[in-house]
Design a binder for this molecule. Structure first.
Ligand code: C2O
Length: 541
């Protein structure tokens, strides 16, 4: 196994998009940031130097970080941010993961431009069918304004953040936007090849449908786990998710669009970015005179059936060992909520309220003096009051979560509540979407873990009826799962990674509003089941 050393200099850079020049935060002046390519079993040593005028942290999305929360990255969860002018070195090893992951900033809304691919190849000499070519395809969003101002404004008024001005593929909006044609991302291929496209949804606020003109996609991986190959004309990725697909370049030489637009599961009255980003799949030797690229056909924005069918198609390639029996049964609501407007203020949310979001009706608040991991590991008396370990295993009351929920039933409470789990126990979690203000799909992500998705469905979860639908044979292993709009998802995992691990909706406004909690997984027996000591350069708050 190899050790890969990188310097990541976080700094501002001016870039032009949609006819306007704006300063963005980047790593090494690159947007998207550098692609990391490693092999299973390799280690990474990434020295982050913060030359931006904001505090920063980086998160290695999907990397399990066994016993090593210190390298995970979410601000105030596993570390204090790297201050302006500060340096912190992330050291971690890839243990039994292969496929596509990614990295991104994990503080405020910096990840809008601070992200890149993390590609994990199989171990050396491990035989696998190599594609002729492969490309990371990173989907993102673009705002003409500084995204940090977009969320600041939203928090100030209590309203929803302004929708993005464009979607991007590898940093470029593409042909269909103003002043963007020349820079449209192009993937050069030749006829008769098998090409691996590693899709990553790095968008802040949107799940995205993707289609390629005249080319079907065979899905072979998701979230750095192999999947049973299945062929489809569209794929769907929630923010945080990755999907590896193979395509055959078996069409007449030409230019074909790879297109993406939003999957908008909220009611049509909720505004969203309804634009389409494109890149071009370009067969080399295509005569210069070529006409415009062939159009790709995407599902309509609210095609819930297409979304559900795609999600249901993802399975493990072979029967898996499902963790059992279950020690911790959780039933957790996920959804939006509304806070009252403080007196003498005018709020911009629905009916003069402010937006909030919650899990089991607790709207998660981050500490500011230390991180949760530092408090739990090193805290001593100073840590008292940083968090409590009493996140409830079920909601405060039961009702029709997906019906017309009255606001008076469901007023979120701000708190920093962690859910304690004993090392080695098996956790099963029903994630129940709610319909407060507006129901929409929530891509739920867990740090430091992968989980099996046993089932997803519509309406209120009913244990007796729905547990019969659990896939206990070949469920997919993922780190992010979309909880369907007005529906539910059931996940299961073994708590074999001690430390503090964030769980949250990967739609960034929802995270900002508190759609999060964290697991506090105890140490097991001996060093090999205990959290590693903190690195000496761990930032302080
Ligand atoms: Cu991509 Cu908290 O994560």
């Amino acid at each position: 196994a190899e050790v890969h050393y990188h310097d990541f200099i976080v700094r501002a850079k001016s870039v032009k998009r949609l006819c306007k020049t704006r300063e963005i935060i980047t790593v090494n002046g690159q947007f998207p940031g550098p692609t990391l390519q490693v092999r299973n079993g390799d280690s990474l040593v990434i020295r982050v130097v913060n030359h931006a005028k904001y505090n920063v942290t980086l998160h290695w999305h999907g990397v399990r970080q066994m016993r090593n929360g210190w390298a995970d990255g979410p601000a105030y969860v596993t570390q204090c941010p790297i201050q302006q002018g500060g340096i912190y070195t992330y050291r971690f090893t890839i243990e039994d993961q292969e496929g596509t992951l990614w990295w991104h900033a994990h503080v405020s809304w910096l990840r809008a431009t601070v992200y890149g691919a993390l590609i994990i190849l199989p171990r050396e000499n491990y035989p696998y069918p190599k594609p002729h070519r492969e490309f990371p395809v990173i989907l993102g969003e673009w705002w003409n304004k500084n995204p940090l101002d977009v969320i600041r404004q939203a928090l100030k008024t209590g309203a929803a953040p302004n929708v993005s001005d464009a979607f991007t593929i590898n940093g470029q909006p593409g042909d269909l936007y103003r002043c963007s044609s020349k820079e449209t991302t192009t993937f050069l291929v030749t006829a008769g090849e098998t090409v691996l496209l590693r899709f990553i949804n790095a968008a802040m606020e949107n799940e995205l449908f993707v289609a390629i003109a005249d080319h079907d996609m065979t899905v072979v991986g998701a979230d750095a786990s192999y999947t049973k190959p299945f062929t489809t004309s569209i794929i769907l990725l929630g923010p945080g998710q990755t999907t590896d697909v193979l395509i055959q370049t078996n069409q007449p030489p030409g230019r074909y669009y790879i297109a993406a637009h939003a999957y908008h599961s909220a009611p049509p009255s909720v505004t969203f970015d309804n634009t389409t980003t494109t890149a071009i799949l370009d067969y080399i030797h295509n005569p210069k005179s070529a006409t415009s690229p062939k159009l790709a056909s995407l599902p309509v924005f609210n095609d819930t059936a297409a979304a559900a069918a795609f999600t249901a198609g993802i399975k493990s390639p072979a029967p898996v060992q499902i963790p059992s029996p279950v020690d911790n049964h959780l039933f957790v609501t996920v959804g939006l909520g509304l806070f009252d407007c403080p007196r003498n203020k005018r709020c911009g949310g629905p009916n003069g309220t402010r937006f909030a979001a919650s899990m089991n009706n607790f709207s998660f608040v981050l500490p500011s003096r230390t991180s949760l991991l530092q408090a739990s590991e090193l805290g001593g008396p100073a840590a008292t009051g940083v968090f409590t370990a009493d996140f409830p295993a079920s909601p405060p009351m039961h009702f029709d979560y997906t019906g017309n929920v009255s606001r008076s039933l469901w007023q979120p409470i701000r708190a920093t509540k962690l859910y304690p789990i004993k090392f080695g126990s098996v956790v099963e979690m029903v994630l129940q979407g709610t319909n407060i203000f507006a129901a929409e799909e929530h891509p739920m992500h867990i740090h430091g873990y992968e989980f099996y998705v046993l089932a997803t469905g519509k309406g209120n979860f009913d244990a007796r009826r729905d547990s019969r639908r659990f896939n206990l044979v070949d469920p997919p292993r993922r780190n992010t799962i979309g909880v369907p709009q007005k529906g539910w998802a059931v996940i299961r995992f073994t708590a074999d990674n001690p430390g503090v691990w964030l769980m949250h909706c990967h739609i960034d406004s929802h995270l900002t509003w508190g759609l999060a909690t964290a697991f506090l997984v105890s140490n097991g027996v001996g060093e090999s089941e205990s959290t590693l000591p903190p690195p000496p350069d761990l930032p302080t708050c």
